[in-house]
Design a protein around this ligand. Structure first.
Ligand code: GRG
Length: 304
């Protein structure tokens, strides 16, 4: 927080917060996965895990844990696991059998550097390791809460979450007339599910009540959908340099997106409305929820 002289009110400095948290998360990620044998697969896993990105999912997990009375130390293994899962989903998403992309986070995609076989295995390795990492490294947390987080992670990556969303997303290619309900289902599963679990897992580790978890779940569902709507918009309006990946892919694949169904301005309005609704859920938390409020605004204002 910085104090403004004129009004003597505290203004939350999101840029500094995100920068500081990103450094913390990247240090933990680097330490989480040392090189091992066979070197090729460890190198490939580390290549993508340490390739940058916003680190939004771990940052949300840590923020939610702190908001609900937990600590960074309690939540860091889960925060790392969320980024391992996110990274493996990006590796697999970029494969020729799926989105077939050559660039991610401003670098060549994993399969372009290591080959498809190793990229698939590196993704599998990261997924398995994410669960092991939480189970082995989470300290000073009720073991039942750790089990709850592990179960939630499993549900989130499986057919009820990312996998299911991705299947429908692949099937939606060449169907620009897809209905809005199916599109929202895809967005909630493919993207929203992991963002929601990022927020919820921090609160679970901190031992939060069901009532508070329900509020955070609604916050997270809204920012999750807003995040993917903005992703759809950026695919049209941003450049490859800004995104670090190929732009304009949705139009080429003839995919229905929020902008194709509603237009860019209306899509932006819907994303902003979702963020407004998300922030309403944080009303009871006062100043402590400033990081989650500011992250919600960042989601609609982001340029990458
Ligand atoms: C999870 C078992 C398992 C398999 C993967 C491929 C797949 C199933 C799912 C695809 C999920 C996917 C790639 C969703 C898109 C989510 C999204 C908007 C990614 C971009 O997130 P950012 O902007 O990226 O946070 P950075 O690089 O900043 O981390």
């Amino acid at each position: 927080m910085v104090q403004t002289e004129a009004e003597n009110i505290e203004v939350f400095d999101l840029n500094s917060y995100l920068k500081e948290r990103k450094i913390l998360v990247e240090k933990a990620l680097d330490e989480s996965l040392p090189m091992g044998k066979p070197e090729k697969v460890y190198e490939s896993m580390r290549y993508s895990l340490l390739a940058g990105g916003k680190r939004l999912r771990p940052i949300l997990c840590l923020a939610s844990a702190e908001l609900t009375g937990g600590t960074i130390e309690m939540a860091m293994p889960t925060a790392c696991a969320l980024e391992m899962i996110h990274t493996m989903s990006l590796i697999h998403d970029d494969l020729p059998a799926m989105d077939n992309d050559d660039y991610r986070r401003g670098k060549l995609t994993n399969h372009k550097v290591y080959g498809e076989d190793i990229a698939i295995l590196a993704g599998d390795g990261l997924l398995a390791y994410s669960f092991e990492f939480v189970a082995v490294n989470t300290k000073n947390v009720d073991p039942l809460a750790v089990i709850e987080v592990l179960a939630l992670l499993g549900q989130t990556v499986g057919a009820a979450g990312l996998v299911g969303g991705q299947v429908l997303d692949l099937e939606s290619e060449g169907k620009p007339d897809l209905d809005a309900e199916t599109l929202s289902f895809i967005h909630h599963h493919k993207t929203g599910a992991l963002l929601k679990t990022s927020v919820l897992s921090g609160a679970i580790l901190a031992g939060t009540s069901t009532k508070i978890k329900a509020k955070l779940a609604k916050y997270a569902e809204n920012i999750g959908l807003a995040f993917q709507i903005v992703d759809d918009i950026l695919d049209i309006t941003a450049t490859q340099e800004e995104l670090g990946k190929t732009a304009g892919k949705d139009l080429k694949a003839q995919k229905a997106t929020y902008p194709s169904l509603w237009g860019i301005d209306e899509s932006k309005r819907q994303a902003q409305e979702l963020v407004r609704e998300a922030i309403v859920e944080l009303a009871d938390f006062g100043q402590k929820a400033e990081p989650l409020r500011a992250i919600a605004h960042f989601i609609t204002n982001r340029k990458y």
